[in-house]
Design a protein around this ligand. Structure first.
Ligand code: CTP
Ligand code: MG
Length: 168
C-alpha cells in the first residue's frame, strides 16, 4: 500500500494496541496458558502462565472494538482493519516479550524495564510497517513515551484494584 497516515490516523490505528495490551489484566490471572506449561530447551517456561488464550481473545475483542470505534469516527474502514492489525501485533509483541523474559530467567510478572513497556508497542508498529503502512514518525515517538508513562500508571491502578499482585 505504501500509505502515509496523518498524525490523527496514526493515533487511531495505534491506540487499539494499547487497549488490547491492557485488557487481559481483567482476567484476574485466570486462563489457560498459551504454552500449556511447556518448557523451552533451556528448561525454563516457554512463555509462562501470564500469557493465556483468554487473554489473547479479550485483547483482540477489546482492541478491534476500539479500532471499529475510531474507524466510525474518522469515516474510514481501513482504520478498523489497521487498528485490529495493530492490536494483534501488540499482543504478539507482548508474547514475544514474555518469551525473552523467560529466557533471561525472569519469573512471570518480574519487572523488565523498557521491555515490559515497549514490547507490545514495537509489535504494533512493526506489523503495520510489514504491511507497508507509513505512520507519522513524530506521533510514533510521542506514543512511545505515552507507553512508557502509561504502563506505570495503569499498573498502579490494576494493583490498587487487586487485579495485579505487584504495582509494576
Ligand atoms: N494476560 C493474559 N494473556 C495474555 C497477556 C496477558 O492472560 N496474552 C494477563 C495475565 O494474567 C498477566 C496480565 O494479563 O499476568 C498482565 O499482563 P503482563 O503485564 O503482560 O504480564 P506479566 O504478569 O508481567 O507476565 P510476564 O512476566 O510474562 O510478562
Ligand atoms: Mg507484558
Amino acid at each position: 500500500m505504501g500509505e502515509l497516515l496523518t498524525p490523527l490516523e496514526t493515533i487511531a490505528v495505534l491506540l487499539p494496541a494499547f487497549v488490547a495490551n491492557g485488557s487481559p489484566v481483567l482476567l484476574h490471572k485466570k486462563g489457560t496458558p498459551l504454552d500449556r506449561g511447556a518448557l523451552f530447551i533451556d528448561g525454563k517456561p516457554l512463555l509462562g502462565a501470564g500469557k493465556t488464550f483468554e487473554g489473547l481473545l479479550i485483547g483482540v475483542a477489546y482492541g478491534s472494538t476500539m479500532a471499529l470505534l475510531f474507524s466510525a469516527i474518522l469515516g474510514s474502514f481501513t482504520i478498523a482493519i489497521l487498528g485490529s492489525l495493530a492490536a494483534l501485533g501488540g499482543l504478539t509483541g507482548d508474547i514475544f516479550g514474555a518469551f525473552i523474559k523467560r529466557r533471561l530467567g525472569l519469573e512471570r510478572g518480574a519487572p523488565a524495564p523498557l521491555l515490559d513497556q515497549l514490547d507490545f508497542y514495537i509489535g504494533a508498529v512493526l506489523i503495520l510497517y510489514l504491511v507497508d503502512i507509513k505512520l507519522d514518525a513524530t506521533t510514533v515517538l510521542v506514543l512511545a513515551i505515552l507507553a512508557l508513562v502509561m504502563h506505570r500508571v495503569t499498573n498502579k491502578i490494576a494493583y490498587k484494584l487487586k487485579l495485579k499482585d505487584v504495582p509494576w
